[in-house]
Design a binder for this molecule. Structure first.
Ligand SMILES: NC(=O)c1ccc[n+]([C@@H]2O[C@H](COP(=O)([O-])OP(=O)(O)OC[C@H]3O[C@@H](n4cnc5c(N)ncnc54)[C@H](OP(=O)(O)O)[C@@H]3O)[C@@H](O)[C@H]2O)c1
Length: 373
């Protein structure tokens, strides 16, 4: 993709075809089922993509016209319908993020769309699929484009119970929230054990975690740095909202008064250390993030005196069978019921503003990207 054309205002054949594919996909008959006749799928040779290019310690970003030959040669060709914006996308599109492994890069660690070609008997044209993690949007072109080529072993059939947009409202962040809840429950947490804390609660991981836990009957306490967000968090199902400053403080004692039966933490740093000191006997925290810092200033006392557990959560390399099983549950018993409240739709051209806001910690909920807009 050495010479990507800057996008001129245009109405080209490629654009028209691309819109046609998108329109056909959107009149489909339902998630997870082949929705198009093979003859109807005419992928455009040229199409729109949001591209990040590293230049002299800076990253140039914008919507460009790219061609199918710019995509990796191997994999299943997907007509992308929706992507989303995650914290990692922001890191992948800034020079200091040290996440992008190629340049130019079509970022977008999440995508949902429809198989066009190359899926064989297992994934015939028209199959609704999603993908996220592994090298997507980091070392291989990702979801901020109208077309993508993705290795078949990374693909998940869109689960019954979710459409493509809903799947991207969940996206990597929501999948990580689901992994966190599953890990806590696999260790024994059940509703009725006591309050469950969610930190960074207005963010992507946090919002979906609050909603999943509330649907499952937990008494959810949401921690946030956004004082005005209490109505939002209560609408997702939080029973109580506490300020971030009560956790993210120096001088926390090695063991504080026991408060929470479990916790979903995407903040790390002082916040995670503080959570560990306040877990009830035998409680656990599922830790996935570092918006509050990568250091963990703690002692062994919560572990050896209260039997608490620190459960590491990784969504990137989750083995595909576990990934597919969690997605099935996200369409079923782990399905958040607040997807509309959590989501805001943005066009490809609006992605930079969201990327910048997410790095400032200023984003609430999830931003889904309509790659055809
Ligand atoms: N392990 C994995 O596989 C995995 C997967 C997805 C995400 N993550 C990580 O999880 C974290 C959250 O991701 P996300 O997509 O949910 O991001 P996000 O939407 O930006 O949410 C992060 C939230 O953290 C809180 N926050 C921001 N800056 C903070 C600070 N300095 N101190 C304390 N809290 C702060 C804010 O919530 P409040 O204002 O409500 O406090 C913010 O909304 C990131 O570190 C991301 O890299 C990891």
């Amino acid at each position: 993709m050495a010479a990507i054309a800057r996008r001129p205002p245009r109405l080209t054949v490629a654009n028209t075809l691309s819109t046609t594919v998108a329109t056909l996909i959107r009149v489909g008959i339902g998630p997870g089922t082949p929705r198009l006749l093979e003859s109807q799928l005419v992928p455009p040779e040229n199409f729109n993509a949001f591209v990040a290019t590293a230049h002299d310690g800076a990253t140039e970003r914008g919507v460009r016209t790219v061609s199918q030959t710019d995509l990796p040669p191997d994999g299943v060709l997907i007509s992308v319908e929706w992507s989303s914006v995650n914290y990692k996308d922001a890191l992948a599109t800034t020079a200091t993020g040290k996440v992008a492994k190629i340049s130019p890069l079509i970022p977008g660690i999440d995508l949902a769309g429809t198989v066009v070609d190359g899926g064989g008997d297992q994934l015939p044209p028209g199959t609704a699929v999603l993908a996220h993690g592994y090298d997507l949007g980091v070392a291989r072109h990702g979801g901020y484009a109208e077309l993508a080529r993705v290795p078949p072993e990374w693909l998940v059939r869109l689960p019954t119970g979710l459409d493509a947009r809903q799947a991207m409202v969940i996206g990597t962040a929501g999948f990580t929230a689901a992994l966190s809840v599953a890990a806590l429950e696999e260790r024994g947490l059940v509703p009725g054990d006591g309050p469950v804390l969610v930190t960074g609660a207005t963010g992507g991981v946090g919002s979906v975690a609050v909603s999943i836990l509330a649907v499952r009957g937990y008494d959810v306490v949401a921690s946030t740095g956004k004082p005005d967000s209490e109505p939002y968090l209560r609408s997702l199902g939080a029973a109580a909202v506490i300020p971030r400053s009560t956790l993210s403080v120096e001088g926390t004692r090695p063991l504080e008064a026991t408060t929470w039966a479990g916790a979903v933490d995407c903040v790390g740093g002082l916040t995670l250390a503080s959570v560990l000191t306040r877990l009830r006997y035998g409680g656990a925290v599922a830790a996935s993030g570092l918006t509050g810092g990568a250091a963990l200033p703690t002692t062994v006392l919560p572990f050896i005196l209260r039997g608490v557990a620190l459960l590491g959560i990784d969504s990137v390399q989750t083995p595909i069978e576990r990934r597919r099983a969690i997605w099935q549950r996200l369409g079923d018993d782990l399905k958040p019921d607040s997807l509309d409240a959590i989501a805001q739709d943005v066009a490809l051209s609006e992605v930079p503003g969201v990327l910048d806001a997410i790095l400032r910690g200023g984003v609430t909920g999830r931003h889904v990207v309509d790659v055809h807009r």
